[in-house]
Write a protein that binds this ligand. Structure first.
Ligand SMILES: Nc1ncnc2c1ncn2[C@@H]1O[C@H](COP(=O)(O)OP(=O)(O)O)[C@@H](O)[C@H]1O
Ligand SMILES: [Mg+2]
Length: 400
């Protein structure tokens, strides 16, 4: 006989907090989009020629995460398609998220995904890419007059597979007779466009649009509007919403983060059986989200990153003095020898540590050593309470 869970379930079924929690999920499409009128209008006017089946300029959208890029583009897409249907236009607009591994991690997969949008059944591997491109141009020629391709999180695909596929896509028009394609690239990485081959860059960003971060007041409006239908009446006070908006404004105005915070706060209140979300729930939610973020981040790093991080952890544990890059490298080297794995160069390990610094796993401080020499002093930036869990993840990954 297991334990009786009725009490636990009953307590949960008395839901005092949420009316509809889905409204706070990030994949939920809100009814109103606040503080993005300007961007909506600009995207709409850039794409407007599509309603006369004239090729719109390629468009490149960029801005930090959670600034409403995906939301705005999808909104304009839907409106355009509605009009196109009324006018019986042969216009096709498809959205592809390159961040998804099974979509964006090879050129083959991106093409296969595009072909599937025409209802083609493409095997997951096996055909030559040349053949896929040929099929693709045929389909566009035969099935549509204008094809707008939205490549969301395009930086993720380019990072993994290079920018060759973009080059090809931007050149396809020269092979088409009856039809044309336009590209919309979206990136969370604001420096991405400058890393592209200049020819691709100028073609992709015929038009460019930046999405600035939301400020605290704007976030407050977004949160207030979504929480009206997400929470039961009287559950969430203005104080909590204001504080939540302020937190998210500090982490570069990310609306996704703001919504997550509010949702997790509600869940914590619900778990306590409370009838109200408090600022304390919010603070706990903030801590929980930050911990989850760090753990997820660590889990998804490649093996060599795990070796480097494990070396830092070992050094921290036996720390007598400050830790410098050279110390980490020596520990790492020993570890590689013991585990009989390939050892990266000191320079490469330095790069990995710099990446850890960038995502907030460590803090690195540059120290000059005189005569132009420099090193970095490294401190672990993972909260103390998380370290055992992190160690467990690394040991499992590295079979230690
Ligand atoms: N102006 C807004 N009004 C309502 N919800 C918004 C607004 N901007 C962003 N959101 C919500 O915030 C989350 C992140 O927005 P998203 O468009 O995915 O950002 P990005 O693509 O720039 O990372 C989504 O859940 C979205 O619905
Ligand atoms: Mg997005």
């Amino acid at each position: 006989m297991g334990i009786k869970l009725d009490n636990i379930f009953d307590a949960f079924s008395k839901n005092f907090i949420f009316r509809n929690k889905n409204i706070l999920q990030s994949n939920y499409t809100p009814e109103t989009i606040l503080h993005r009128d300007e961007q909506i209008k600009q995207v709409a006017s850039i794409l407007r020629p599509a309603l006369r089946l004239e090729k719109p300029s390629n468009l490149f959208l960029y801005g930090l995460t959670g600034t409403g890029k995906t939301l705005v583009v999808q909104y304009v897409r839907n409106q355009l398609l509605e009009r196109a249907e009324k006018q019986k236009l042969n216009l096709k607009i498809e959205y592809i998220n390159c961040k998804l591994k099974k979509v964006g991690d090879t050129e083959y997969r991106i093409l296969a995904e595009l072909l599937r949008k025409f209802g083609e059944d493409i095997p997951f591997t096996g055909l030559p890419t040349g053949q896929l491109y040929q099929k693709f141009t045929e389909l566009i020629e035969n099935k549509t007059q204008l094809f707008i391709i939205i490549l969301d999180e395009i930086d993720q695909a380019v990072r993994r597979i290079g920018d060759g596929f973009l080059y090809t896509l931007t050149r396809i028009n020269s092979e088409l007779k009856n039809s044309q394609i336009s590209l919309i690239g979206i990136s969370n990485d604001t420096k991405f466009i400058d890393q592209l081959d200049p020819r691709i860059k100028s073609s992709l960003s015929e038009e460019e649009l930046i999405f600035p971060p939301y400020n605290a007041l704007q976030l407050k409006d977004v949160l207030a509007s979504r929480s009206k239908t997400a929470f039961k009446e009287g559950v969430i006070g203005e104080g909590v919403i204001n504080k939540c908006a302020a937190y998210a404004a500090l982490s570069h105005g990310d609306a996704r983060r703001a919504l997550d915070l509010l949702r997790v706060s509600g869940e914590l209140a619900e778990r306590r059986g409370a009838k109200e979300v408090t600022e304390k729930d919010l603070d706990e939610a903030k801590e929980k989200i930050e911990k989850d973020r760090i753990l997820d981040l660590i889990k998804t790093q490649p093996k060599q990153f795990h070796f480097v991080l494990y070396s830092i952890l070992l050094l921290e544990e036996n720390k007598k003095n400050k830790i410098f890059t050279g110390d980490i490298y020596r520990t790492y080297e020993k570890l590689c020898k013991n585990m009989v794995i390939e050892c990266l160069t000191q320079r490469r390990v330095g790069d990995i540590i710099a990446e850890f610094d960038m995502v907030g796993i460590v803090n690195a401080k540059v120290i000059s050593k005189g005569r132009g020499g420099r090193t970095r002093e490294i401190k672990l930036a993972i909260p103390e309470t998380l370290i055992p869990k992190v160690k467990e993840i690394l040991e499992q990954s590295l079979n230690i």
